[in-house]
Design a protein around this ligand. Structure first.
Ligand code: ZN
Ligand code: ZN
Length: 135
């Protein structure tokens, strides 16, 4: 699914600015802060517009927002109904998305056993990233 289709799939009109934000999120290697995104968009969008679009994307399930103990929220594209886990490196501060199929399956079976209806899940793993382990 491209950015335009993804927006339409989630019930949003694919305006040029929304498409640009979704594309910027898709190209990111990890979850981005709004400032990272502004930089990536080469300042062609004002901050208020970007925040408004990010809120809308989260509301419609296109993107997820999370906080790894930092001051700024980070955003990435949503994957699956229960999302995905993030790894935060305590040395260099980098945050990565972990696309773990196994985690999602375990979550599904866990949720199936719970008497509540789970609508979201957030996982943060922390430690040393590959780069910091070698250094
Ligand atoms: Zn690191
Ligand atoms: Zn992510």
């Amino acid at each position: 699914m491209n950015a335009k289709e993804q927006l339409q799939h989630c019930g949003l009109a694919p305006t040029a600015n929304r498409v640009r934000v979704v594309e910027a999120l898709a190209q990111a290697v990890g979850p981005r802060t709004p400032l990272d995104l502004l930089e990536h968009l080469a300042q062609r969008m004002n901050r208020v517009t970007l925040y408004r679009i990010l809120d809308l994307l989260v509301e419609h399930g296109v993107a997820t927002r999370h906080n790894a103990g930092e001051r700024a929220f980070r955003y990435c594209l949503a994957s699956g109904p229960l999302g995905h886990a993030h790894f935060h490196c305590t040395r260099c501060g980098q945050t990565q998305c972990l696309e773990s199929q196994a985690l999602e399956l375990d979550l599904r079976s866990l949720c199936a056993k719970l008497p509540m209806r789970v609508e979201g899940a957030e996982f943060h793993l922390s430690g040393l990233c590959q780069g910091c382990l070698i250094a």
